[in-house]
Design a protein around this ligand. Structure first.
Ligand SMILES: [Ca+2]
Length: 73
């Protein structure tokens, strides 16, 4: 029966952990690519509105994040 030395097992675990972080960052990044250029991704991470609609006094996002203080600062 073949056994992995402990060192290699540890290396494999570290590799798997780094792969998990990589995929997590990739999915986070793709989340930001949801909207076309010139569009704003609402804080619900689903709705896209035109950037010209930001801070126009009229809520366009379902959560009003296009009119929120941190967007309009
Ligand atoms: Ca608006």
């Amino acid at each position: 029966m073949y056994c992995f030395p402990t060192f290699h097992l540890c290396t494999a675990l570290v590799f798997m952990f780094r792969s998990f972080i990589f995929y997590f960052e990739t999915f986070s990044f793709s989340d930001q690519q949801l909207c076309d250029p010139g569009e704003f991704l609402c804080h619900d991470h689903v709705t896209c509105v035109s950037q010209s609609w930001l801070c126009d006094g009229d809520p366009d996002c379902p959560d009003d994040s296009d009119e929120s203080l941190d967007t309009c600062e």
